[in-house]
Design a protein around this ligand. Structure first.
Ligand SMILES: Nc1nc2c(ncn2[C@@H]2O[C@H](COP(=O)(O)OP(=O)(O)O)[C@@H](O)[C@H]2O)c(=O)[nH]1
Ligand SMILES: [Mg+2]
Ligand SMILES: [Zn+2]
Length: 302
C-alpha cells in the first residue's frame, strides 16, 4: 500500500493511505540507521510504502520514496544535525503579523532564504489585520511593497474576522502547502478558518509575553475539503541552512540575483566590489536597505 505521512510523534507515524483512511505505522529499523544527518528519518509529507498484515493493529513502513524537496531546521542552534520539517511541498507560506507577536523582517528574510535554498516557492501571509491601527496598516503597505518588489506575493488575513481567508483557501486547492511562522502568529486559527471542519488546537496568547504558548507540539498535515493539504508546524524559532555555500545566498534574494548579470564582476558578492548594481540600487532606492541588511547578516552568519 502507498500513502503519505501526515503526522509523526516520534514513536508513531500516521500515514494517510490512498483511500483516505489513516493507519498508525512503525518504521522498519533499517531506516533509523541510514540517515545520520537528520534526527527524523521519516518526515511529514513523505510518500511511503506500507505493509499491513491482516489482524495487525498497525502497519510497517517499508520504503520511503525519494523526496522532491524538503525544508529543515537545525536540531539545536549549533548542531550539524537537522530536523526535516516537511517534504514534498508545493509552496511555503510564512504566517507573519505586525500585531502581537510581531514578526521581524529579519525573520521573514531568513524564512524566505531557507525556502529559496530548497527551491520551494514562498509567500507571506500577514495575519491579524483586524488588530492593525492606521500606523500599522501603513507599515504593512511599506513592507508589502518591499516584498512584492523583491518577487514575493503578500496576502492579508484575519483568521478571526475572516478577511482574505477565501482567497487563501483557493490558493491551496490541490496543493501541499507549509504554514510556518512564530508561535502565536495564527497558523492554527487560519487553518480552522480555511476549513471549519478541521480542528487544530488554537493557542492562548500568554498575557505576559504576548507570545503563543506551545500548543502545536508536532507538525501535522491537514487535509482540506478542496483536496489541498496544509502542514501546520509548531512555532519555529530558527530555520537551518546546512552545507550551504556563501555564494549561493544571493540566489536566494531574487531582486539581487536579477541584478548580478549587470554587476561588473560576475561573481560579485555585492559587498565591496566596484561597479556593483545592487549597491547602485541601494542609492536609487530600487533595492531595499532592509533586505540588503538581511542579506549581509545572513552572509556573515553562514
Ligand atoms: N485578533 C486576532 N487574533 C488572532 C488571529 N489569528 C489568530 N489569533 C489569535 O492568536 C492566538 C494564537 O493563534 P494560533 O492559531 O494558536 O497561533 P499559532 O501558534 O501560529 O498556531 C489565538 O489566541 C488566536 O485566537 C487574527 O486574525 N486576529
Ligand atoms: Mg498552532
Ligand atoms: Zn554586485
Amino acid at each position: 500500500m502507498e500513502g503519505i505521512v501526515v503526522k509523526s510523534t516520534g514513536s508513531w507515524i500516521i500515514v494517510r493511505l490512498q483511500d483516505g483512511t489513516r493507519l498508525d505505522c512503525k518504521l522498519k529499523g533499517q531506516f533509523r540507521m541510514q540517515d545520520i544527518k537528520h534526527t527524523n528519518p521519516v518526515a511529514i509529507g513523505d510518500k511511503v510504502h506500507v505493509e499491513h498484515l491482516p489482524g495487525d493493529s498497525h502497519g510497517m513502513i517499508t520504503q520511503i520514496e525519494t523526496r522532491d524537496n524538503y525544508i529543515i531546521r537545525k536540531a539545536t542552534k549549533l548542531s550539524k544535525v537537522s530536523h526535516i520539517i516537511a517534504a514534498n511541498l508545493d509552496h511555503a507560506y510564512l504566517i507573519a503579523t505586525l500585531a502581537q507577536p510581531r514578526t521581524s523582517n529579519g525573520f521573514i528574510d531568513r524564512f524566505l532564504v531557507t525556502a529559496a535554498a530548497y527551491y520551494i516557492p514562498a509567500s507571506i501571509i500577514f495575519n491579524k489585520i483586524d488588530l492593525y491601527d492606521e500606523p500599522l496598516l501603513n507599515a504593512l503597505d511599506v513592507l508589502s511593497n518591499i516584498y512584492e518588489n523583491a518577487g514575493y506575493r503578500c496576502y492579508r488575513t484575519s483568521a478571526t474576522r475572516g478577511d482574505g481567508v477565501a482567497g487563501i483557501r483557493d490558493l491551496l486547492e490541490g496543493k501541499v502547502s507549509l504554514f510556518s511562522g512564530h508561535s502565536g502568529a495564527g497558523k492554527s486559527a487560519l487553518i480552522k478558518a480555511i476549513d471549519p471542519a478541521l480542528n487544530p488546537r488554537v493557542g492562548i496568547l500568554s498575557a505576559m509575553h504576548q507570545k503563543g504558548m506551545h500548543t502545536t507540539t508536532f507538525a501535522e498535515m491537514y487535509e482540506l475539503a478542496n483536496h489541498g493539504f496544509i502542514v501546520d508546524t509548531p512555532g519555529i524559532k530558527e530555520f537551518g541552512l546546512i552545507d550551504f555555500e556563501k555564494t549561493e545566498i544571493h540566489r536566494c534574494f531574487p531582486e539581487m540575483d536579477r541584478l548580478l548579470p549587470f554587476c561588473q564582476y560576475k561573481n560579485c558578492s555585492h559587498t565591496h566590489e566596484p561597479g556593483c548594481e545592487v549597491k547602485a540600487g541601494l542609492e536609487t532606492g530600487s533595492v531595499s536597505v532592509l533586505r540588503y541588511n538581511s542579506y549581509l547578516s545572513i552572509l556573515n552568519d553562514s
